[in-house]
Ligand binder design. Sequence first.
Ligand code: DMJ
Length: 653
Amino acid sequence: MPVGGLLPLFSSPGGGGLGGGLGGGGGRKGSGPAAFRLTEKFVLLLVFSAFITLCFGAIFFLPDSSKLLSGVLFHSSPALQPPADHKPGPGARAEDAADGRARHREEGAPGDPAAALEDNLASIRENHERALREAKETLQKLPEEIQRDILLEKEKVARDQLRDRAVFRGLPRVDFLPPIGAISREPADPSIREKREKIKEMMKHAWNNYKRYAWGLNELKPISKEGHSSSLFGSIKGATIVDALDTLFIMQMKDEFEEAKEWVKQNLDFNVKAEVSVFEVNIRFVGGLLSAYYLSGEEIFRKKAVELGLKLLPAFHTPTGIPWALLNMKSGIGRNWPWASGGSSILAEFGTLHLEFIHLSHLSGNPVFAEKVTNIRTVLNNLEKPQGLYPNYLNPSSGQWGQYHVSVGGLGDSFYEYLLKSWLMSGKKDLEAKKMYFEAVQAIETHMIRKSNTGLTYIAEWKGGLLEHKMGHLTCFAGGMFALGADDAPPGMTQHYLQLGAEIARTCHESYNRTFVKLGPEAFRFDGGVEAIATRQNEKYYILRPEVVETYMYMWRLTHDPKYRRWAWEAVEALENHCRVNGGYSGLRDVYLSRESYDDVQQSFFLAETLKYLYLIFSDDDLLPLEHWIFNTEAHLLPVLCSDGKESEGNEQ
Ligand code: DMJ
């Protein structure tokens, strides 16, 4: 429990506030009949917290308590109202937070509900005991000691801030090396060439409409034909421009790339007051700028990326160095999503900074970025993991896990992706990342991967030892991840991981194929007699997400099985038939309906990821070869670094 939460008990020895009312004086000596001694206070606290725990524990076992809680506690938006972004933006998380309290279902160990119940109670008990321990420690401190702790913490934050600024003395000269495979030949097969050309035409349609109706704003509303702003970026502007830069480059849309670059030069401004999501700004803006730099060599992108990276540093000024989710870039004040378990930071957010931050240090000569993400690893490595799994929530002050929820979809996903890619991006030198990745994947396989009755492999959600048999669209990226890591798997496991990747790809393809529009829902279930189908109205939408075609791209590159090109083309046709409108591309509110109901948002990741992955599937493998390039989680390109910290191009040229 955070110190601040207990302060009123001690606030005023002479009275005033709860502490005063209860006798004050730090609880050491009672000053009147109503006063409580320290031990009495502790007993009261114990009884009170046991009561609260029991109430909450009971809610977990109410039928469909998710509805109850989402309505009462989280005011979740009505069905048919998909949030702007779901992975892992606030919409997704708010929903997930509510969903996280959904009725627990027993794991696939039939006939053992008692053990499952026992597990769940054990984890509740454990959380409870931990909270009590922390409360007890704090209660034993004198008010002066608590005040001193607070002061020390404040001083530490101020020192950190000064240090971050001091180390950096401007950008060093960097020799730009021409990128490998940034531009490729036309595919030899005319039918493939034609398909690739079609995807480029889709990019033109998306870009031209954005330019026409929403230029300089974050995203486009293709039905209303106006700009769409998302709170994820505070008042930073131009998300679509920065997200699209590298796709424009590899598709050789030179004029468009130039106009985008000009906009960045003249208008991209980070001196904004409003709060931003550190994760979203990192993956889209820092990632997009780094990628544009590595492809084009234009200094403006390096400069802007480093400038933005420096602005994000105050997010790390927490007692553990685990960053806040939200940051006011002007004031440097951070906080976490109010709905996140016990004030926690989110695994998929603080765990998805590593690739970009290593490159920021590489391009700026400033070690501070690398230090921040290395520290995140250290904190994680010092923690006990339940069954070897990483919970989605971690408190940045106490350094303790929050709720024991584990997901390879929203809230967890790209953390695992970045472990694998850190290993690959380091030129296979970052052994720690490799170890963490394969250990995590092994635990995921044991505790979360299951097969449906008809043999579809899926990744469920783990909640305190129980499984919810649902898989998110976001989770579909994991097929590509398993396949990409296969080569470096422990002895004898390469084929197994390739196979696992192929099975996830097949399941996700099924989730598309079982809809009317042939694009998949936000989440699909394997229970109540259904397989790979969304059963809840608020999980039936599709917001132009990339994860399924992302997995097709890796599977195609790694196996050349023609079915992946076939499946990718089905997705292209579905996008054209159901998402394309006069004003661009729109997401859909229900993929099972024959009549389109548009959500009226052209997400920036549609240009950054969905169209880029599709284009690569119909290109030869020498366009952005996987051994030289790493795709960040927004599909932005970062070159593999050699052991000496140089990009791999350096060695090749
Ligand atoms: C993108 O912003 C990134 O892929 C992120 O990791 C998750 N959500 C979207 C796409 O669905």
